[in-house]
Design a binder for this molecule. Structure first.
Ligand code: NAD
Ligand code: TYD
Length: 337
Protein backbone atom coordinates (compact mmCIF):
# COMPACT_ATOMS: atom_id res chain seq x y z
CA UNK A 1 0.00 0.00 0.00
CA UNK A 2 1.90 3.05 -1.25
CA UNK A 3 -0.25 5.08 -3.64
CA UNK A 4 -3.50 6.07 -1.99
CA UNK A 5 -6.52 7.70 -3.58
CA UNK A 6 -8.32 9.58 -0.83
CA UNK A 7 -11.86 10.22 -2.02
CA UNK A 8 -13.35 13.18 -0.14
CA UNK A 9 -9.90 14.24 1.09
CA UNK A 10 -10.76 17.97 1.04
CA UNK A 11 -13.41 17.57 3.74
CA UNK A 12 -13.03 17.60 7.52
CA UNK A 13 -11.80 14.10 8.38
CA UNK A 14 -10.31 13.41 4.96
CA UNK A 15 -8.00 16.45 5.09
CA UNK A 16 -6.86 15.60 8.63
CA UNK A 17 -6.15 12.07 7.42
CA UNK A 18 -4.13 13.35 4.43
CA UNK A 19 -1.89 15.46 6.71
CA UNK A 20 -1.54 12.59 9.14
CA UNK A 21 -0.56 10.04 6.46
CA UNK A 22 1.90 12.33 4.63
CA UNK A 23 3.63 13.08 7.91
CA UNK A 24 3.69 9.46 9.08
CA UNK A 25 4.74 7.64 5.89
CA UNK A 26 7.47 9.31 3.87
CA UNK A 27 7.20 6.82 0.98
CA UNK A 28 3.43 7.19 0.40
CA UNK A 29 1.90 9.30 -2.33
CA UNK A 30 -1.55 10.72 -1.70
CA UNK A 31 -3.98 11.66 -4.45
CA UNK A 32 -7.03 13.51 -3.17
CA UNK A 33 -10.08 13.05 -5.40
CA UNK A 34 -12.82 15.44 -4.33
CA UNK A 35 -15.80 17.15 -5.93
CA UNK A 36 -15.39 20.24 -3.74
CA UNK A 37 -19.00 20.48 -2.64
CA UNK A 38 -19.86 23.22 -0.13
CA UNK A 39 -18.10 21.01 2.49
CA UNK A 40 -14.92 20.37 0.52
CA UNK A 41 -12.32 23.10 0.85
CA UNK A 42 -8.91 23.42 -0.75
CA UNK A 43 -7.80 25.59 2.19
CA UNK A 44 -7.97 22.42 4.32
CA UNK A 45 -5.09 21.02 2.22
CA UNK A 46 -2.99 24.21 2.10
CA UNK A 47 -0.29 22.71 4.34
CA UNK A 48 0.51 19.95 1.83
CA UNK A 49 -0.05 21.69 -1.51
CA UNK A 50 3.71 21.95 -2.15
CA UNK A 51 4.48 18.38 -1.06
CA UNK A 52 5.73 16.43 -4.13
CA UNK A 53 3.99 13.31 -2.78
CA UNK A 54 0.60 15.04 -2.89
CA UNK A 55 -1.79 15.73 -5.78
CA UNK A 56 -5.31 17.10 -5.89
CA UNK A 57 -7.91 16.14 -8.51
CA UNK A 58 -11.32 17.76 -8.60
CA UNK A 59 -13.84 15.07 -9.52
CA UNK A 60 -17.08 13.37 -8.64
CA UNK A 61 -16.99 9.80 -7.31
CA UNK A 62 -20.16 9.13 -9.33
CA UNK A 63 -18.16 9.73 -12.53
CA UNK A 64 -16.67 6.32 -13.34
CA UNK A 65 -14.47 7.49 -16.21
CA UNK A 66 -12.91 10.22 -14.06
CA UNK A 67 -12.28 7.83 -11.16
CA UNK A 68 -10.75 5.20 -13.47
CA UNK A 69 -8.53 7.80 -15.12
CA UNK A 70 -7.26 9.06 -11.74
CA UNK A 71 -6.54 5.54 -10.50
CA UNK A 72 -4.70 4.51 -13.67
CA UNK A 73 -2.77 7.73 -14.14
CA UNK A 74 -1.44 7.73 -10.59
CA UNK A 75 -0.85 3.99 -10.27
CA UNK A 76 -3.18 3.85 -7.29
CA UNK A 77 -3.12 0.63 -5.25
CA UNK A 78 -5.68 1.55 -2.57
CA UNK A 79 -8.82 3.67 -2.35
CA UNK A 80 -9.96 5.12 0.96
CA UNK A 81 -13.47 6.49 0.69
CA UNK A 82 -14.27 9.51 2.86
CA UNK A 83 -16.39 11.15 0.13
CA UNK A 84 -19.99 11.60 1.22
CA UNK A 85 -22.81 13.99 1.88
CA UNK A 86 -22.44 13.95 5.64
CA UNK A 87 -24.99 16.17 7.33
CA UNK A 88 -28.07 14.49 8.81
CA UNK A 89 -30.15 17.71 8.73
CA UNK A 90 -29.37 18.33 5.05
CA UNK A 91 -30.19 14.67 4.32
CA UNK A 92 -33.61 15.25 5.89
CA UNK A 93 -34.23 18.43 3.85
CA UNK A 94 -32.92 17.02 0.56
CA UNK A 95 -32.37 13.24 0.59
CA UNK A 96 -31.42 12.88 -3.08
CA UNK A 97 -27.77 13.91 -2.65
CA UNK A 98 -27.05 11.31 0.06
CA UNK A 99 -28.47 8.54 -2.07
CA UNK A 100 -26.53 9.61 -5.16
CA UNK A 101 -23.14 10.21 -3.61
CA UNK A 102 -23.12 7.87 -0.65
CA UNK A 103 -24.58 4.83 -2.38
CA UNK A 104 -24.01 5.25 -6.10
CA UNK A 105 -20.64 6.96 -5.62
CA UNK A 106 -19.39 4.18 -3.36
CA UNK A 107 -20.53 1.63 -5.94
CA UNK A 108 -18.54 3.44 -8.67
CA UNK A 109 -15.38 3.39 -6.53
CA UNK A 110 -15.89 -0.32 -5.77
CA UNK A 111 -16.39 -1.09 -9.44
CA UNK A 112 -13.15 0.65 -10.42
CA UNK A 113 -11.29 -1.05 -7.55
CA UNK A 114 -12.56 -4.41 -8.80
CA UNK A 115 -11.80 -3.74 -12.46
CA UNK A 116 -8.26 -2.54 -11.77
CA UNK A 117 -7.62 -5.20 -9.10
CA UNK A 118 -6.61 -2.80 -6.34
CA UNK A 119 -4.90 -4.02 -3.17
CA UNK A 120 -7.44 -2.43 -0.85
CA UNK A 121 -10.73 -0.58 -0.67
CA UNK A 122 -11.41 1.02 2.69
CA UNK A 123 -14.82 2.46 3.50
CA UNK A 124 -15.23 5.20 6.10
CA UNK A 125 -18.55 4.52 7.79
CA UNK A 126 -20.28 5.72 10.92
CA UNK A 127 -21.74 4.60 14.24
CA UNK A 128 -25.08 5.97 12.94
CA UNK A 129 -25.65 2.80 10.88
CA UNK A 130 -26.57 0.94 14.09
CA UNK A 131 -29.48 3.32 14.77
CA UNK A 132 -30.42 4.65 18.21
CA UNK A 133 -28.94 2.55 21.03
CA UNK A 134 -30.67 2.64 24.43
CA UNK A 135 -28.38 2.77 27.51
CA UNK A 136 -26.56 0.76 28.70
CA UNK A 137 -26.18 -1.19 25.42
CA UNK A 138 -23.17 -0.69 23.13
CA UNK A 139 -22.98 -1.59 19.46
CA UNK A 140 -20.65 -4.38 18.41
CA UNK A 141 -19.59 -4.87 14.82
CA UNK A 142 -21.81 -7.94 14.33
CA UNK A 143 -24.98 -6.18 15.51
CA UNK A 144 -27.79 -5.57 13.03
CA UNK A 145 -27.79 -2.26 11.14
CA UNK A 146 -30.94 -0.26 11.87
CA UNK A 147 -30.32 3.19 10.36
CA UNK A 148 -33.13 5.73 10.82
CA UNK A 149 -32.16 8.84 8.84
CA UNK A 150 -31.63 9.20 5.08
CA UNK A 151 -27.94 9.85 5.83
CA UNK A 152 -27.41 6.78 7.99
CA UNK A 153 -29.48 4.60 5.66
CA UNK A 154 -27.29 5.67 2.74
CA UNK A 155 -24.13 4.88 4.71
CA UNK A 156 -25.52 1.47 5.65
CA UNK A 157 -26.42 0.84 2.00
CA UNK A 158 -22.86 1.71 0.98
CA UNK A 159 -21.48 -0.68 3.59
CA UNK A 160 -23.62 -3.52 2.29
CA UNK A 161 -22.21 -2.94 -1.19
CA UNK A 162 -18.67 -2.97 0.18
CA UNK A 163 -19.28 -6.29 1.89
CA UNK A 164 -21.00 -7.70 -1.22
CA UNK A 165 -17.89 -6.87 -3.29
CA UNK A 166 -15.76 -8.74 -0.73
CA UNK A 167 -17.98 -11.84 -0.78
CA UNK A 168 -18.91 -11.86 -4.47
CA UNK A 169 -15.73 -10.66 -6.15
CA UNK A 170 -13.10 -11.20 -3.46
CA UNK A 171 -12.24 -7.46 -3.42
CA UNK A 172 -9.93 -6.82 -0.43
CA UNK A 173 -12.05 -4.47 1.68
CA UNK A 174 -12.09 -3.12 5.22
CA UNK A 175 -14.53 -0.75 6.92
CA UNK A 176 -14.38 1.51 9.98
CA UNK A 177 -17.42 2.88 11.80
CA UNK A 178 -16.40 6.06 13.58
CA UNK A 179 -18.29 8.01 16.22
CA UNK A 180 -18.71 11.83 15.96
CA UNK A 181 -15.39 13.52 15.19
CA UNK A 182 -14.34 16.98 16.35
CA UNK A 183 -11.24 19.05 15.53
CA UNK A 184 -9.69 21.38 12.96
CA UNK A 185 -11.46 22.04 9.61
CA UNK A 186 -14.86 20.85 10.89
CA UNK A 187 -17.51 22.51 8.72
CA UNK A 188 -19.58 24.79 10.99
CA UNK A 189 -22.95 23.20 10.20
CA UNK A 190 -22.21 20.35 12.63
CA UNK A 191 -23.01 20.81 16.29
CA UNK A 192 -19.58 21.39 17.89
CA UNK A 193 -18.19 23.89 15.33
CA UNK A 194 -21.62 25.52 14.97
CA UNK A 195 -21.95 26.07 18.73
CA UNK A 196 -18.32 27.20 19.04
CA UNK A 197 -18.45 29.75 16.23
CA UNK A 198 -21.91 30.98 17.26
CA UNK A 199 -20.67 31.45 20.82
CA UNK A 200 -17.66 33.42 19.59
CA UNK A 201 -20.08 35.63 17.63
CA UNK A 202 -22.58 35.87 20.54
CA UNK A 203 -25.28 34.16 18.42
CA UNK A 204 -27.65 31.68 20.16
CA UNK A 205 -26.67 28.00 20.29
CA UNK A 206 -29.66 26.05 18.87
CA UNK A 207 -30.09 22.88 20.96
CA UNK A 208 -32.50 20.39 19.43
CA UNK A 209 -35.28 19.37 21.84
CA UNK A 210 -34.20 18.73 25.42
CA UNK A 211 -30.50 18.41 24.53
CA UNK A 212 -30.22 15.10 26.35
CA UNK A 213 -29.29 13.19 23.20
CA UNK A 214 -25.87 11.62 23.62
CA UNK A 215 -22.95 11.36 21.24
CA UNK A 216 -19.43 9.94 21.55
CA UNK A 217 -17.31 12.94 20.46
CA UNK A 218 -13.79 11.81 19.52
CA UNK A 219 -10.77 13.85 18.43
CA UNK A 220 -10.35 13.56 14.67
CA UNK A 221 -6.69 12.44 14.83
CA UNK A 222 -7.62 9.54 17.13
CA UNK A 223 -10.03 8.42 14.42
CA UNK A 224 -7.29 8.81 11.77
CA UNK A 225 -4.97 6.60 13.83
CA UNK A 226 -7.71 3.97 14.04
CA UNK A 227 -8.20 4.02 10.26
CA UNK A 228 -4.43 3.77 9.70
CA UNK A 229 -4.25 0.76 12.03
CA UNK A 230 -7.10 -1.02 10.25
CA UNK A 231 -5.48 -0.30 6.87
CA UNK A 232 -2.28 -1.97 8.01
CA UNK A 233 -3.41 -4.60 10.51
CA UNK A 234 -7.15 -5.09 9.94
CA UNK A 235 -8.51 -8.38 8.61
CA UNK A 236 -10.03 -8.27 5.12
CA UNK A 237 -13.82 -8.21 5.00
CA UNK A 238 -13.99 -6.98 8.61
CA UNK A 239 -15.57 -3.92 10.19
CA UNK A 240 -14.03 -2.02 13.15
CA UNK A 241 -15.73 0.47 15.47
CA UNK A 242 -13.69 3.61 16.33
CA UNK A 243 -14.71 5.82 19.25
CA UNK A 244 -13.90 6.77 22.83
CA UNK A 245 -16.70 4.67 24.37
CA UNK A 246 -17.73 7.73 26.43
CA UNK A 247 -21.00 9.51 25.60
CA UNK A 248 -21.84 13.13 26.44
CA UNK A 249 -25.28 14.77 26.34
CA UNK A 250 -25.42 17.65 23.85
CA UNK A 251 -26.46 20.16 26.52
CA UNK A 252 -23.33 19.31 28.55
CA UNK A 253 -21.19 19.71 25.43
CA UNK A 254 -22.75 23.15 24.83
CA UNK A 255 -22.16 24.20 28.46
CA UNK A 256 -18.49 23.21 28.18
CA UNK A 257 -18.03 25.21 24.98
CA UNK A 258 -19.56 28.29 26.63
CA UNK A 259 -17.37 27.82 29.71
CA UNK A 260 -14.21 27.45 27.60
CA UNK A 261 -15.07 30.70 25.80
CA UNK A 262 -16.22 32.55 28.93
CA UNK A 263 -19.71 33.05 27.44
CA UNK A 264 -23.04 33.03 29.32
CA UNK A 265 -25.39 30.04 29.39
CA UNK A 266 -28.16 32.39 28.29
CA UNK A 267 -26.86 31.91 24.74
CA UNK A 268 -28.44 28.45 24.74
CA UNK A 269 -31.73 28.29 22.90
CA UNK A 270 -33.84 25.12 22.81
CA UNK A 271 -35.40 24.73 19.35
CA UNK A 272 -37.68 22.20 17.65
CA UNK A 273 -36.08 18.76 17.62
CA UNK A 274 -34.69 16.98 14.53
CA UNK A 275 -37.17 14.57 12.90
CA UNK A 276 -36.38 10.98 13.93
CA UNK A 277 -33.49 12.22 16.13
CA UNK A 278 -31.43 9.28 17.42
CA UNK A 279 -31.17 9.72 21.20
CA UNK A 280 -27.92 7.86 21.67
CA UNK A 281 -25.10 6.14 19.83
CA UNK A 282 -22.60 4.06 21.78
CA UNK A 283 -19.82 1.87 20.43
CA UNK A 284 -17.96 -1.10 21.81
CA UNK A 285 -14.43 -0.74 20.42
CA UNK A 286 -12.85 -3.90 21.87
CA UNK A 287 -12.13 -5.27 18.39
CA UNK A 288 -9.98 -2.26 17.45
CA UNK A 289 -8.37 -2.15 20.88
CA UNK A 290 -7.29 -5.77 20.32
CA UNK A 291 -5.20 -4.47 17.37
CA UNK A 292 -3.43 -2.10 19.80
CA UNK A 293 -5.46 1.11 19.34
CA UNK A 294 -6.20 3.53 22.18
CA UNK A 295 -8.07 6.82 21.99
CA UNK A 296 -5.52 9.50 23.00
CA UNK A 297 -7.90 12.30 23.95
CA UNK A 298 -10.63 12.45 26.58
CA UNK A 299 -13.77 14.38 25.59
CA UNK A 300 -12.60 17.41 27.59
CA UNK A 301 -9.16 17.40 25.94
CA UNK A 302 -10.65 16.95 22.47
CA UNK A 303 -13.18 19.73 23.00
CA UNK A 304 -10.63 22.16 24.42
CA UNK A 305 -8.23 21.61 21.48
CA UNK A 306 -11.12 22.05 19.06
CA UNK A 307 -12.43 25.25 20.63
CA UNK A 308 -8.89 26.70 20.77
CA UNK A 309 -8.42 25.89 17.06
CA UNK A 310 -11.61 27.77 16.13
CA UNK A 311 -10.56 30.74 18.26
CA UNK A 312 -7.17 30.82 16.50
CA UNK A 313 -8.52 30.23 12.99
CA UNK A 314 -11.30 32.75 12.45
CA UNK A 315 -9.82 33.33 8.98
CA UNK A 316 -10.86 29.78 8.08
CA UNK A 317 -14.46 29.76 9.28
CA UNK A 318 -15.67 33.37 8.96
CA UNK A 319 -15.70 33.31 5.12
CA UNK A 320 -17.61 29.99 5.23
CA UNK A 321 -20.36 31.52 7.36
CA UNK A 322 -21.63 33.65 4.49
CA UNK A 323 -23.42 33.11 1.15
CA UNK A 324 -24.79 29.54 0.76
CA UNK A 325 -24.20 28.89 4.44
CA UNK A 326 -26.50 31.73 5.50
CA UNK A 327 -29.25 30.51 3.15
CA UNK A 328 -28.94 27.04 4.65
CA UNK A 329 -28.87 28.45 8.19
CA UNK A 330 -32.05 30.47 7.67
CA UNK A 331 -33.89 27.54 6.10
CA UNK A 332 -32.74 25.15 8.80
CA UNK A 333 -33.21 27.28 11.90
CA UNK A 334 -35.91 29.86 11.16
CA UNK A 335 -38.56 27.13 11.01
CA UNK A 336 -37.29 25.69 14.28
CA UNK A 337 -37.98 28.95 16.10
P1 NAD B 1 -17.30 16.47 5.13
O1 NAD B 1 -18.73 16.78 4.78
O2 NAD B 1 -16.51 17.45 5.90
O3 NAD B 1 -16.48 16.16 3.79
C1 NAD B 1 -16.99 15.36 2.76
C2 NAD B 1 -16.05 15.53 1.56
O4 NAD B 1 -16.55 14.70 0.49
C3 NAD B 1 -16.01 16.96 1.03
O5 NAD B 1 -14.67 17.31 0.76
C4 NAD B 1 -16.82 16.90 -0.26
O6 NAD B 1 -16.42 17.84 -1.23
C5 NAD B 1 -16.54 15.47 -0.70
N1 NAD B 1 -17.59 14.95 -1.60
C6 NAD B 1 -18.94 14.98 -1.39
N2 NAD B 1 -19.57 14.44 -2.44
C7 NAD B 1 -18.60 14.04 -3.31
C8 NAD B 1 -18.62 13.40 -4.57
N3 NAD B 1 -19.77 13.07 -5.17
N4 NAD B 1 -17.46 13.12 -5.19
C9 NAD B 1 -16.29 13.47 -4.60
N5 NAD B 1 -16.20 14.09 -3.42
C10 NAD B 1 -17.35 14.37 -2.77
O7 NAD B 1 -17.36 15.05 5.84
P2 NAD B 1 -16.51 14.45 7.05
O8 NAD B 1 -17.13 14.85 8.31
O9 NAD B 1 -15.07 14.71 6.81
O10 NAD B 1 -16.82 12.91 6.85
C11 NAD B 1 -15.96 12.10 6.04
C12 NAD B 1 -16.46 10.67 6.05
O11 NAD B 1 -16.50 10.18 7.39
C13 NAD B 1 -17.89 10.51 5.51
O12 NAD B 1 -17.94 9.33 4.76
C14 NAD B 1 -18.74 10.39 6.76
O13 NAD B 1 -19.89 9.63 6.52
C15 NAD B 1 -17.78 9.69 7.70
N6 NAD B 1 -17.96 9.94 9.13
C16 NAD B 1 -18.02 11.22 9.60
C17 NAD B 1 -18.12 11.43 10.97
C18 NAD B 1 -18.12 12.83 11.55
O14 NAD B 1 -18.29 12.97 12.76
N7 NAD B 1 -17.90 13.87 10.77
C19 NAD B 1 -18.20 10.35 11.86
C20 NAD B 1 -18.13 9.05 11.32
C21 NAD B 1 -18.00 8.86 9.96
P1 TYD C 1 -24.28 16.69 14.36
O1 TYD C 1 -23.00 17.40 14.60
O2 TYD C 1 -25.16 17.15 13.25
O3 TYD C 1 -23.90 15.16 14.21
P2 TYD C 1 -24.86 13.86 14.12
O4 TYD C 1 -26.27 14.27 14.06
O5 TYD C 1 -24.40 13.24 12.85
O6 TYD C 1 -24.53 13.07 15.35
O7 TYD C 1 -25.15 16.73 15.68
C1 TYD C 1 -24.62 16.24 16.90
C2 TYD C 1 -25.72 16.28 17.91
O8 TYD C 1 -26.10 17.64 18.16
C3 TYD C 1 -26.99 15.57 17.45
O9 TYD C 1 -27.59 14.93 18.58
C4 TYD C 1 -27.86 16.69 16.95
C5 TYD C 1 -27.48 17.86 17.84
N1 TYD C 1 -27.59 19.18 17.23
C6 TYD C 1 -28.23 20.21 17.91
O10 TYD C 1 -28.75 20.02 19.03
N2 TYD C 1 -28.31 21.43 17.32
C7 TYD C 1 -27.76 21.68 16.10
O11 TYD C 1 -27.88 22.84 15.62
C8 TYD C 1 -27.09 20.63 15.42
C9 TYD C 1 -26.48 20.86 14.06
C10 TYD C 1 -27.02 19.39 16.02
Amino acid sequence: MRHLLIAGGAGFIGSNFVHYMLEKYDDYTIIVFDKLTYAGRLENLERCRSNPRFRFIQGDICDMAAVREAVQRHDIDSIINFAAETHVDRSIMEPDAVVTTNINGTWVLLEVARELKLERFHQISTDEVYGAIPAPSRSKEGDPLEPRSPYSASKAGAEHLVYAYFITYGLPVTTTRGSNNIGPFHYPEKAVPLFTTNAIENIPLPIYGDGLQMRDYQYVLDHCEGIDLVLHKGALGEVYNVGTEVETPNIEMAHKILDLLGKPRSLIQHVVDRAGHDRRYALDCAKLRALGWRSQHSFDQALEKTVRWFVANEGWWRPIKSGEYLDYYRKQYEERG
